[in-house]
Design a protein around this ligand. Sequence first.
Ligand code: FE2
Length: 364
Amino acid sequence: MPELSSIRCLVVDDEEIVRSAIARGLARRGCTCVEAATGREALELLRRESPHVIVSDIQMPEMDGLQLLQTVRASHPDIEVIMVTGVAELDTAVDCLRQGAFDYIVKPFQMAQLRQRVHQAVERRQLLLENRRYQEHLADLVRQQARRIEELFLEGIQSIVHALEAKDRYTRGHSVRVAAFAEATARRLGLDDDTVQIIRLGAELHDVGKIGVSETVLQKPGPLTQEEYRHIMEHTVIGARIMTPLLKGADPALEIIRWHHERLDGTGLPDGLRDAAIPLHARIVTVVDAFDAMTTGRPYRAGLSAAAATAELRACAGAQFDPEVIAAFEVVCREAPPTVPSASRLRTPRGVVLGADLLGEEAG
Ligand SMILES: [Fe+2]
């Protein structure tokens, strides 16, 4: 319960005798009171004094008590207002309460009654403020927990990435480079920030299905047979299958995993999609992935120079790669190559609830 001595009260009445009588009566029990003779004066004092409660007359010249009440409720909703009137009218009383007044008291009244109502008004104000703080705290807790749940999902996915990197030395560094350059290329193409973030996640996970590919084939020191090539290419389907429950809600990331080996001429894998059927986010990763693969050395061949790899991309533009993506990628490489982090560190795209299916929620 609030102490009367800690309450700040603004008394508004155009009749000086009534006003100072109320102020004296409240101050006698320790209330700190300021007085205003008009509604306008009251509004000015509000800014300086920040009272907890206003005791206001209704019938006043210029701005009446009801107008003052409306203004205060709109601009200072935490201040409680008690209306005092010499005329007992039911309509006015109802109006006051409807406009948010805490109470409506008819003169003449006992000072003890007013003190009690002031006390109760401040008590209600404290409860409302505490309730709001509690709600904010709860909302904070929910946000923190949602973040933690997402972190846990990402940690789960991250451990799959680490397992793959341990299994396939080539993937180490490849995924983070592809993610960094795909993100920069997507930005260069003018995609919005949310899409760019999902592309970065999809790019970092694009080869995650290699976890399901035979280690002997992955580590083979020489060129692959056609059968081995087909087996390796299954990583697109395996990756999408593993990640579907975890990336529900980040569909473009799943599409990148499944379709980053599709070709515009329809001869790619796994679905033989053509042209615009291959979404732009997958086309971006295809270009960046191919460039990184070409410039990375293998035990059986040296990596190409950047110039030679770019020439190869251009030679295959239209048939395999999207020419516009190649152009944007070249600008990125020439003008603003991104900094590539030393290790994979997944981040959640904004607005995406990773693992929503596993949480039993409907993915938006
Ligand atoms: Fe791949």
